[in-house]
Design a protein around this ligand. Structure first.
Ligand code: 5AD
Length: 344
């Protein structure tokens, strides 16, 4: 196993069969080794820095009906909300004060926010916070819309591909959605010039190790700047309420694999990881992650943006919590950076 991990570090890639074996035969020892190498690689590029992104969940309306997601269209029990431009700017103001230099605008696919409105929001943020990066995470759009947002000042775009396997994709999504279009969107975003993030859930229903390896191979082809992975967590109002959560341990192992594949990638220790494990945030960083994404959405709507059950609910937007987070990171030997943290 050590040889395979050394090879992965050296080449940034493995043959399909080798990846499968590495994941299937992982154990405590191989995990210790791979995470040690992942930390080394990460420190070569980023030192001890951890970048911070302020997440603003500005709408939980969604026209899609993804089987795993708590804000899917057919969840009639979701309490829907939308933030106004003023409310969004208010989130940025609070975030800026406590050191955030990236704002992530995330929402369901909500057509209420047409391209004009999205552009106005982007321009509003850039006018007030010209030294900050804007990341959009608002789903599948046309090439033209992506281009308009980019020209208005958006810097980055997150669009998890969710799974790179056709059959698996169909098991997680209604027939209106296609993997082909999702991939097309990701390549369009890259072509336009965004820093692009893809990603997938670990342990989503029906996922096999072979599927995960297809994800790794797809990611290798896309060469994204950011990769978001977190364990699947069931939501009680979805088709998958009876499924088990994904494994924290496998998520951590895969964070290390990804770090060895892409030493410069921006890799968050995700909220889902922190939800399943009290120390998930720290464990993610020690496995090779270098980004944290605290929530800046107003408290009043926080619970309503419920993608899965028991999503952690802290006072991320407050100065007190931010100090607490900084201390947690410091306690494991890392340091929150107040830079924008662009891809280098
Ligand atoms: N468990 C974990 N992650 C989820 N997401 C959506 N629903 C769930 C869930 N039940 C993830 C998807 C999406 C991102 C915003 O949240 O991967 O892209």
């Amino acid at each position: 196993m050590k040889n395979t991990i050394d090879k992965l570090r050296k080449n940034g890639f493995l043959q399909k069969e080798e990846f499968i074996e590495l994941i299937k035969n992982r154990n405590e020892k191989s995990f210790r080794y791979i995470s040690k190498l992942a930390r080394k690689e990460r420190e070569k590029v980023f030192g001890k820095k951890v970048y911070m992104r302020g997440l603003i969940e500005f709408t939980n309306y969604c026209k899609n009906d993804c089987f795993y997601c708590g804000i899917r269209k057919s969840n009639a029990n979701a309490q829907r909300y939308r933030l106004s431009e003023t409310e969004i700017l208010e989130c940025c103001k609070m975030g800026y004060k406590i050191g955030f230099r990236t704002f992530v605008l995330q929402g369901g696919e909500d057509l209420y926010y047409n391209d004009d409105i999205i552009c106005r929001i982007i321009e509003g943020i850039k006018k007030n916070y010209s030294n900050c990066a804007i990341t959009l995470s608002i789903g599948e759009k046309s090439y033209e819309s992506y281009k308009r947002f980019f020209d208005c000042g958006a810097d980055r775009y997150l669009l998890r591909h969710e799974t790179a396997n056709e059959e698996h994709y169909k098991k997680l999504h209604p027939k209106e959605l296609s993997l082909e279009n999702r991939k097309k969107c990701l390549f369009n975003l890259k072509e336009i010039g965004y820093q692009v993030g893809c990603g997938f859930m670990v342990g989503s229903p029906y996922q096999t190790v072979e599927n995960i390896v297809e994800d790794l191979i797809f990611i290798h082809k896309l060469k994204p700047h950011m990769i978001g992975i977190g364990p699947f967590i069931p939501h009680c109002e979805t088709c998958f309420s009876e499924f088990q959560s994904g494994s924290v341990e496998l998520t951590l192992f895969l964070l290390s694999v990804l770090r060895l594949m892409f030493n410069r990638v921006l890799l968050p220790s995700t909220t889902a990881l922190g939800t399943l494990d009290l120390k998930g945030c720290e464990k993610g960083i020690l496995a090779g992650a270098n980004v944290v994404m605290p929530n800046l959405s107003p408290i009043a709507v926080r619970k309503k943006y419920s993608l899965y059950d028991n999503k952690i609910f802290t006072g991320d937007e407050t100065a007190e919590y931010n100090l607490f987070l900084r201390n947690r990171i410091k306690d494991i030997g890392y340091k929150i950076s107040e830079e924008r943290g662009d891809y280098i």
